[in-house]
Design a protein around this ligand. Sequence first.
Ligand SMILES: NC(=O)C1=CN([C@@H]2O[C@H](COP(=O)(O)OP(=O)(O)OC[C@H]3O[C@@H](n4cnc5c(N)ncnc54)[C@H](O)[C@@H]3O)[C@@H](O)[C@H]2O)C=CC1
Ligand SMILES: CC(C)CCC[C@@H](C)[C@H]1CC[C@H]2[C@@H]3[C@H](O)CC4=CC(=O)CC[C@]4(C)[C@H]3CC[C@]12C
Length: 380
Amino acid sequence: MAQSTQAPTLVYLVTGGCGFLGEHIVRMLLEQEPRLRELRVFDLHLGSWLEELKTGPVQVTAIQGDVTEAHEVAAAVAGSHVVIHTAGLVDVFGKASPKTIHKVNVQGTQNVIEACIRTGTQFLVYTSSMEVVGPNVKGHPFYRGNEDTPYEAVHQHPYPCSKALAEQLVLEANGRKVNGGLPLVTCALRPTGIYGEGHQIMRDFYNQGLRFGGRLFRAVPASVEHGRVYVGNVAWMHVLVARELEQRAPLMGGQVYFCYDKSPYKSYEDFNMEFLGPCGLRLIGTHPLLPYWLLVLLATLNALLQWLLRPLVLYTPLLNPYTLAMANTTFTVSTNKAQRHFGYKPIFSWEESKARTIHWVQALDQGPGTGGHCGPYSRS
Ligand SMILES: NC(=O)C1=CN([C@@H]2O[C@H](COP(=O)(O)OP(=O)(O)OC[C@H]3O[C@@H](n4cnc5c(N)ncnc54)[C@H](O)[C@@H]3O)[C@@H](O)[C@H]2O)C=CC1
Ligand SMILES: CC(C)CCC[C@@H](C)[C@H]1CC[C@H]2[C@@H]3[C@H](O)CC4=CC(=O)CC[C@]4(C)[C@H]3CC[C@]12C
């Protein structure tokens, strides 16, 4: 690849570039990758905020397309140096069928890999998930674990199943020869629960709190830790991996990295309150208000109702057996693999991550803005 002193030459493609994480990756690339000549943003649904980026020095090319359509993916990949494959169907509420989740997450990833091979693109970064590891269906805790911590990864839900299969495809593709004879270099990033500007579930919790007169009711014990990571740091990690993959291919190729930063270890609800609290919401109860067996019953009832109502209406409540198990099982990471392998350090401190997220939640009251979900990354 070109040196930073030369004119920008690199072409990057970000699939899912208009999603929650994708938008942050796109903006981070424009700010932090001086060698970028063209940035292709590929998504099923393009955001209008992309227009404002087209006036900058980097050519931003918006491509409306579907990762399940191999020819659309190949056309977008052709001529790019690096692909960041973030597009995915994130559904743990039963909105999409297992078949659709598999098609987008697994077949879509296979299409991206084959497009790289066929068109000669050598570097592929895949956005995987902590869910590839766990929590597993047995509810085993994963406490401050790292990439080498033994854990029985057993999946039943379509989303983690699909992410695990897709990650495996990406890692197995490392070393395959791309058109022209050079080896494909791949790696996978595994974010824990991402938060920050544009996070839909945080928005849902906020709105739910407003509906209940500014109150949320504790559902899971405060002692259950759930790993969280700020979206800006996840985006930065993608940018850094993409940048370092060529120089450090023997070390980084075929590797997985958890995404981490200095966000505190807390329960899912207590962590959300770090942002929702300053926005006027209160979490009621130091212990869960309902006994666990009752929550399990309600979650099961919700699943049953979803199944019964499916022919008539899509019933997708927040609480189901899977989300309850997720929130109720400790899963936190403690690792420095990304630092050791490619010099990653979080670009946003916990204080900055928190302030930016609070600012975004506060702005939700003012209604939707004209831009994207997140602002620019320029630091004061
Ligand atoms: N949100 C989270 O806490 C975590 C997310 N991830 C992964 O990060 C990635 C991004 O997730 P989010 O930004 O949260 O989700 P998101 O739903 O906001 O973004 C996904 C993007 O992919 C696009 N997309 C979906 N199907 C597509 C298709 N067939 N063709 C082209 N584009 C398509 C969507 O339009 C959307 O813009 C996903 O791969 C997800 O599995 C991993 C760990 C945690
Ligand atoms: C009232 C309930 C008991 C609380 C429900 C909270 C849940 C909606 C969320 C708890 C854990 C979340 C998941 C976790 O952060 C890991 C994830 C990784 C991904 O790759 C996608 C998103 C998610 C599955 C995330 C989804 C919401 C939770 C299940």
